[in-house]
Design a protein around this ligand. Structure first.
Ligand code: ADP
Ligand code: ZN
Ligand code: ZN
Length: 736
């Protein structure tokens, strides 16, 4: 081989701190080909070597030639360039090193240095038998290759060919003499998975109602260009059916669709529905699936045949060939925002991805986020509304239960328990919602006031009954339940109710009703989740107690009563998003009631029944409520009117963290000569100490994105002492 000219490649190395690094492109073998964006390579890094992705090619580097080291090896070509550019863009926007972004979103196999073992993907087959005369016009090598292919009806795997034959077979393919076939390694259900393109699967789902049909029509108006639509449909209005119908037609046109959901808990239900409507099971992708499964789905996604994928936020980074539609279900949900490392919002990035690919995107919710509503107001997104329940269901009535001065049993007022009894007698099911897992909020000594606290976080331990222990919900530390007070040895009292206690209290109060609990302690494995959900669906369990996991999207037909144990949770929070979140949670959990033929009720236990918040929410629709919040945000300059970045400094030394941020704040303020941004802080974070490290924060608000990026740039160019960890959260959702 003639020596090809050495070039420079910019590589995003899989290392959480480093920016793009320059390497020399000096091929050492035929398999290298030309440098290209998306090549996964092995490169030297200090004394080790690491994997990385080629992000750019350039003729020269600002580094002196002697400092440039060559790329060691090309690992594979599994990353499509558009996906790499998308991930790279996101890393810039969220101000993290590109390598960290790649590391957080790639499946395990592609992060490693291993060269993937799956080489059977491309298979070559003879296109047919060639007439003698045409055969004679080919070169000897081509003739031999074609003859060889003709003898193996199953075709020949690409990796089994020697390098010269590989080049030759491609040339023959271009001339139409050889077929190129992409094989999925282990197709999930080969008989249904392979839909010839152009065919719409035949199923007989119930017909769309007129509102749904209208929504589908509008959504399909421009199926092949970017268009962001808010599907704003009340709970139970049948949004799922609308997404799946659009996805079905998308498949029919030979294109894939991606449905993002906030929680794993919602995937079984959606998967069943998708299977029914699409006539083929969707691919399910989320971080809870075993590594090998994720690797496999990644490979399936790359195949040319269209798929429907249902997944949580990381599914957005699948290399779906020919993606034609993105749906973000429950778009308001905070789970779409990753809270550590690469702190991206999958909802926001999904819109960006749809724009990049020039395809439509649907954001669905009964309680749209204020960000999305503002985009509708600005005319950037279209809005489609579904205002009626789709099936037999009716919108439930909401009742405030004033619990001031009441004697509570496991957090429940006598009136609440009485209503529960009525619904259970009437064959209804009851859903009890409280966002606090564990048995009791904390363990205190009534004699001296001592509270059991996690030493690493300076926050009260939560009491868990099964197994009996104290658990820190911040750092996960656990301790044995103490037998007495650490200060005075007096008897200890558990205070405040958690889901575990409610479950115990209700099991005793309503024996035979079947009480199940749904929260993160109970659901550690997928099977547990499915078992709980099906026991509720099949009505073996008549009472379901749970945290926010129960508020999301479930379609339980037997639930006639929803009890919100503490409707005040978050009512007086310092976080400007708290009212929006509380409103969304209450509307969503209320939406679980009355989905069957019987009407539903919602009980909201509160100590502030006169609060305007409840009056607004109960009197009007969510939209009226949200519009008023939006006006408040506008007046105060909070997002979506202005943008934020939250800088958090963590250190084992309290002063270090605070002083560093104070200095950073002064410099940042000085740099804003014309008031481009405003800075607040430093202030202790809401979680002021976590896992032994003190946390301080600086909040920066800018009018627009460009300004915000400039402010971030200033912050990241400061000298950061070794004792301090600094991270930025762009568009933060958790101000804790
Ligand atoms: P959403 O996601 O908007 O809260 P779902 O998609 O869960 O609502 O639908 C609510 C219920 O209505 C489900 O039980 C669903 O099967 C049913 N449903 C949806 N569309 C129709 C329809 N066109 N005809 C009859 N029932 C429907
Ligand atoms: Zn004591
Ligand atoms: Zn802790």
């Amino acid at each position: 081989m003639e020596g090809s000219p050495a070039r420079i490649v910019e590589v995003a190395v899989f290392c959480p701190q480093l920016n793009l690094l320059d390497y020399l492109w000096a091929p050492t073998g035929a398999g290298w080909g030309a440098p290209a964006v998306g090549l996964r390579v092995r490169v030297p890094l200090g004394p080790r070597s690491t994997a990385g992705v080629v992000m750019g090619i350039k003729p020269t580097s600002p580094l002196p030639a002697r400092r440039l080291r060559p790329v060691t090896e090309v690992l594979d070509r599994d990353l499509p360039p558009d996906l790499c550019e998308f991930i790279f863009w996101a890393s810039r926007y969220y101000r993290v090193a590109p390598g960290l972004a790649f590391q957080s979103v790639l499946p395990p196999e592609l992060k490693s240095l291993r060269v993937p073992a799956r080489k059977l993907r491309v298979v070559w087959r003879a296109a047919g038998i060639l007439p003698e005369d045409r055969m004679r016009r080919l070169g000897t090598a081509s003739r031999e290759l074609l003859a060889g292919l003709g003898e193996s009806p199953g075709g020949c795997a690409d990796h089994a060919l020697a390098a010269p034959s590989r080049r030759l077979v491609r040339a023959l393919h271009r001339r139409g003499l050889v077929l190129r076939i992409e094989l999925d390694e282990i197709p999930e259900r080969p008989e249904t998975q392979k839909l010839p393109s152009g065919m719409i699967p035949a199923t007989t789902p119930e017909p769309l109602n007129p509102d749904q049909a209208a929504a589908v029509r509008i959504l399909l108006e421009s199926p092949d260009r970017f268009d962001c639509v808010l599907l704003d449909g009340i709970t139970g209005s049948g949004k799922t059916r609308v997404y799946l119908e659009v996805a079905r037609q998308c498949l029919g046109r030979g294109r894939s669709s991606l449905i993002l959901v906030p929680e794993i808990a919602l995937t079984p239900q959606l998967t069943r529905e998708a299977d029914r409507i699409l006539g083929t099971p969707p691919l399910v992708y989320h971080s809870g699936r075993p590594a090998a499964e994720r690797d496999r789905i990644w490979q399936l996604a790359r195949a040319t045949q269209p798929h429907c994928v249902v997944g949580t936020r990381s599914a957005l980074f699948l290399p779906l060939a020919n993606l034609g539609l993105i749906v973000v279900d429950e778009e308001h949900d905070l789970s779409f925002k990753q809270q550590e490392g690469f702190r991206y919002s999958a909802r926001d990035l999904a819109v960006w991805r749809a724009r990049q690919l020039d395809i439509p995107i649907v954001l669905g919710s009964a309680t749209p986020s204020l960000e999305t509503l503002a985009n509708v107001e600005r005319g950037r997104y279209r809005q489609i509304r579904l205002q009626e329940r789709a099936g037999a269901g009716q919108v439930p009535e909401s009742i405030l239960v004033d619990i001031r001065g009441q004697s509570l049993t496991g957090g429940l007022a006598p009136g609440t328990l009485a209503r529960m009894a009525l619904h259970l007698e009437g064959e209804g099911q009851v859903l009890v919602y409280l966002d606090r897992r564990g048995y009791a909020r904390n363990l205190v000594c009534p004699a001296c006031g001592w509270v059991a606290e996690c030493p690493a976080c300076a926050a009260p331990f939560t009491v868990h009954r099964l197994p009996g222990q104290l658990l820190c919900h911040r750092c996960g530390r656990s301790e044995r339940l103490p037998s007495g007070c650490a200060q005075c040895a007096g008897n200890l009292l558990s205070r405040g109710t958690g889901t575990e206690r409610i479950e115990a209290v209700l099991a005793e109060r309503f024996p035979g009703a079947g009480v199940v609990r749904l929260d993160r302690d109970r659901v550690t494995r997928r099977e547990a989740l499915e078992a709980i959900l099906s026991s509720v669906r099949e009505q073996h369990a008549r009472i379901l107690v749970g945290t926010q996991m129960v508020t999301k999207g479930h379609d339980f037909h037997g639930v006639t009563l929803v009890v919100v144990v503490d409707a005040d949770q978050g009512l007086f929070s310092a976080d400007f998003r708290a009212p929006e979140r509380l409103g969304q949670k209450l509307v969503q959990v209320a939406g679980r009631a009355g989905r069957g033929s019987r009407p539903g009720s919602v009980l909201l236990q509160t100590r502030h029944p006169e609060h305007p918040f409840f009056q607004d929410l109960l009197a009007g629709s969510y939209m009226t409520f949200a519009r008023r919040l939006l006006e408040e945000r506008r007046a105060a300059g909070w997002p979506p009117f202005g943008c934020l970045v939250l800088a958090t400094a963590e250190s084992a030394n309290q002063e270090h963290a605070r002083d560093f941020l104070a200095e950073a704040g002064r410099r940042l303020t000085a740099a804003a000569a014309r008031g481009e941004w405003a800075v607040w802080g430093p202030a202790p974070a809401l979680r002021a100490k976590q896992a032994g490290r003190w946390r301080f924060q600086l909040l920066v608000r800018a009018e627009g994105r460009t300004m915000l990026q400039r402010a971030c740039h200033h912050l990241q160019n400061l000298q950061i002492p070794r004792s301090i960890r600094l991270h930025l959260d762009v568009d933060p959702y958790d101000l804790g």
